[in-house]
Design a protein around this ligand. Structure first.
Ligand code: HMG
Ligand code: MG
Length: 297
């Protein structure tokens, strides 16, 4: 298959990025950051998570972020929902786009949301069915798709099974997460080829952390198979507090640089993305992990 002509970048930094910071980022900084991301032309931004503040104190201001974020027309703003409690909050806040998250690894699921994989799917079923009846869009994450910090190698068939269960419930899109960034091109090819035998390409996204420096190569392997929804995070922020060894997501600027070089359309401005990078790195008082941001000084 030839490379896609257009790619949708799903910007996860306000959620995946800031959930993993050691300090709490003030709400007004988050709001300004989200606005800058939207100004860059990104069309899908993950705002925050309706998770427990005991578990993820960095996102304890989720309600304020949702209420105060400036909404740009044409931009999808989504929020993570871990359970019924979070879903009820999402409904009360009149959210239109949610994401549920489970894993291909039972141990990770247990550590991350305190539910077995099987329980998580049972719990999500009623949430997803109701959300679809209410006209919401629902993304489903499958974490540890290319390896688990607790269970090691994960069989591609296990990823397919969870993805299909989420789709059967009504999820619109499945994001395949290499949560700890251990996968290589061959793993991505084998898994994606299997998934694409059963799932339409328009319903698949890839979400690669860059722990071992494989994320760009892995994204290219996914592009070669026609996958055209790519999660990324400005400045390479990110990581899951409940996945030992997880480091940053692939940097959005670096993905954009590669896509620009391939002539693939995204609608995103590199200069504005770099401005958002400078803003958040200045606020966090540390350097960007994006190679493009480093090169541009
Ligand atoms: P739990 O302790 O099992 O919850 O946590 P519970 O149902 O037993 O309830 C205990 C208390 O928590 C109760 O309060 C509930 O009301 C409250 P109490 O009666 O004791 O006062 N509670 C909540 N409060 C706020 N928001 C809620 C909520 N639910 C219950 N939603 C829970 C279960 C799911 C809440 C917890 O495990 C949690 O918040 N986990 C979130 C972990 C997380 O955010 N991980 C990072 C995101 S996933 C990720 O990064 C991977 C991804 O990027 C893809 C990839 O890279 O692969 C998506
Ligand atoms: Mg992640």
């Amino acid at each position: 298959m030839s490379l896609p002509k257009k790619v949708t970048l799903v910007e996860v930094s306000p959620r995946d990025g800031l959930q993993n910071e050691s300090t709490f980022i003030p709400t007004d900084i988050k709001i300004q950051f989200i606005e800058q991301l939207a100004q860059s032309g990104l069309k899908h931004i993950e705002l925050t998570s309706l998770v427990s503040p005991q578990w993820v104190p960095q996102l304890a201001d989720h309600k304020e972020v949702i209420q105060q974020a400036k909404i740009f027309p044409g931009v999808t703003y989504s929020v993570l929902v871990p359970n019924e409690h979070g879903y009820q909050q999402a409904r009360a806040l009149e959210l239109k786009h949610i994401a549920v998250f489970t894993a291909a690894s039972n141990t990770f699921c247990q550590k991350n949301i305190n539910r077995t994989l099987a329980q998580s799917l049972i719990d999500y079923e009623s949430i997803v069915v109701d959300a679809k009846q209410q006209g919401l869009s629902v993304r489903g994450y499958v974490s540890c798709a290319l390896g688990c910090p607790y269970e090691g190698k994960i069989a591609p068939g296990a990823v397919l099974d969870v993805a299909q269960q989420l789709l059967r419930m009504g999820c619109d899109e499945i994001s395949i997460g290499d949560t700890i960034g251990v996968g290589t091109v061959q793993d991505v090819r084998v898994l994606s080829e299997l998934l694409l035998k059963h799932i339409a390409v328009d319903k698949l996204a890839v979400h690669f952390h860059d722990t071992y420096g494989q994320a760009l190569a892995n994204i290219y392997a996914a592009l070669e198979l026609g996958i055209h929804i790519i999660d990324a995070s400005v400045a390479g922020l990110g990581g899951c507090p409940y996945a030992k060894g997880a480091s940053g997501n692939v940097a959005t600027e670096d993905v954009l640089y590669m896509l620009n070089g391939l002539g693939i359309e995204t609608g995103v401005s590199m200069e504005k993305l770099l401005a958002a990078d400078r803003f958040i790195c200045h606020s966090l008082k540390r350097p960007s992990r994006s190679k493009v941001a480093i090169a541009r000084g």
